[in-house]
Design a protein around this ligand. Structure first.
Ligand code: FES
Length: 156
């Protein structure tokens, strides 16, 4: 078992007073672990389970339910395209194909240099500004090919 670093433990200590018990801190623990380690591996699930004194199966249930938790390593820039109906009607397919071509990878893959991952996510809750792409923590709304090219250029 690897212990968590300062980033994780500081965050857990900061929020502990807002929760009735440690077991209720599973979601923030997953977020903090992912922030510290980049993704949620099997061993990270075990570390969270140990930290919260809950079964690992409980951690796995939650980690695999929400798409925001990465169950494999992702690139430095994670391009998460919404492809639900509003975004699809407003051109998300074209954006995804363009991103795949520009990055030289397919949906769900990461570039060999580890810079970019392209993934598809469920509705990002911003249908009024479709199409939307979430890159790491930032929303890119009313996204189009020109804006995508600009963002990719700035990230290289
Ligand atoms: S359908 Fe894309 S944000 Fe809702």
């Amino acid at each position: 078992m690897a212990s968590f670093g300062k980033e994780f433990t500081t965050e857990m200590e900061r929020i502990e007073r807002f929760y009735p018990n440690k077991q209720a801190m599973l979601l923030p623990a997953l977020h903090a672990a992912q922030a510290e380690r980049g993704w949620i591996s099997d061993s990270t699930m075990q570390d969270i389970a140990d930290y919260l004194s809950i079964p690992k199966t409980r951690v796995k249930e939650v980690a695999t339910f929400y798409h925001m938790f990465h169950l494999k390593p992702v690139g430095k820039y994670n391009l998460q395209f919404c492809n639900n109906i509003a975004c699809w009607l407003r051109g998300s397919e074209e954006l995804i194909h363009h991103a795949e071509k520009k990055c030289g990878i397919q949906m769900g893959e990461t570039t060999p240099d580890g810079n970019f991952t392209i993934s598809e996510v469920e509705c990002l809750g911003s249908c009024g500004t479709a199409p939307v792409c979430q890159i790491n923590d930032d929303y890119h709304e009313n996204f189009d090919v020109q804006a995508l090219d600009k963002v990719l250029g700035e990230m290289k």
